[in-house]
Design a binder for this molecule. Structure first.
Ligand code: FAD
Length: 253
């Protein structure tokens, strides 16, 4: 199953994270794999779901996990389901781990105020723009024609603001609705796997969005998990070590 990303190929990064003047420019051509994608996240999620449906797999949708009992008996908002193995891919909520009473350790407190903006269809900027805002920082990029995302991130109370670099990119744009507060802290589950279950992606560990690793990690772990379903306790312990190692390398690096 292949899902081609549909988005804007990232041309590079323009950064004044530490107030650099002029801003620092990094061109995607310098990376052997290119600069990645500026994705419309909900659209990408829908394309993944379409690919799952297209491959003949059953997708229960919408479905919310309300509770689970070892065994496994899953209580969904659309009925009950029994299975032998559970993969928790529920993002930062980590609903399975939460129901199992597993502690989530927080290493760095951060929140994000995220806004979606609409503007001129003629904007062709394909860079990710990052800027320091005192103790906070912000970013913006285009995610589709005439559509941008912008965010302010920091450890405490956040207000919607921009520095000159981001402001210049948003000048013809209008906020669509109220910016949303989202958790953006670095966290790691005490245990990311156990008998008959594992957690992956943000459900297992979350890192600073500045690292830009979240989606890659979640997709990579999703592919790996296909081979871990039903694995022995020893293999699941190795998986746990891998997740911990990667998390600590990201936290330190
Ligand atoms: C402000 C911000 C900016 C970011 N920027 C980047 C970036 O530039 N690059 C990058 O790679 N990463 C970035 N990230 C991180 C990235 O968004 C995550 O790492 C990534 O989305 C993790 O994917 P996931 O599938 O594990 O979780 P999610 O994308 O959170 O998906 C979890 C899914 O589980 C579902 N779910 C939740 N609870 C239940 C339930 N009870 N029952 C059933 N389903 C449930 C949710 O509806 C959702 O569909 C950013 C994060 C933030 C907060």
């Amino acid at each position: 199953m292949t899902v081609e990303p549909e988005g804007i190929e990232c041309a590079g990064i323009v950064s004044a994270l530490r107030g650099e003047e002029p801003p620092w420019h990094w061109d995607s051509i310098n990376h052997p794999l290119g600069g990645g994608w500026l994705l419309d996240r909900p659209g990408f999620g829908e394309r993944l779901r379409q690919a799952v449906r297209g491959s003949g797999l059953q997708l229960l949708e919408p479905a919310r996990l309300l509770n689970l009992e070892p065994g496994w008996r899953l209580q969904l908002d659309r009925g009950e389901l029994r299975c032998d193995f559970v993969v928790d891919a529920s993002g930062r909520r980590g609903v399975v781990a939460r129901r199992l009473g597993i502690t989530r350790h927080r290493y760095c407190r951060q929140r994000a105020l995220v806004g979606w903006l609409s503007g001129p269809a003629g904007d062709e900027d394909a860079t990710l723009c990052v800027e320091g805002l005192g103790r906070d920082w912000g970013y913006t990029c285009r995610v589709a024609k005439g559509r941008r995302v912008a965010a302010v991130l920091g450890p405490a109370e956040l207000e919607w603001r921009t520095g000159s670099l981001i402001r210049s990119r948003l000048k013809d744009y209008t906020l669509q609705g109220k910016p949303q507060i989202l958790p953006a802290d670095s966290t790691l589950l005490e245990e990311v796997s156990g008998p008959g279950w594992l957690a992956l992606g943000d459900a297992a560990a979350t890192s600073n969005p500045l690292a830009g690793h979240g989606l890659f990690n979640a997709l990579q772990a999703g592919l790996a998990a296909a081979h871990l379903v039903g694995a022995t306790a020893e293999v699941l312990r190795d998986y746990q070590e891998e997740v911990r190692d990667r998390f600590h390398r990201l936290l330190i690096g």
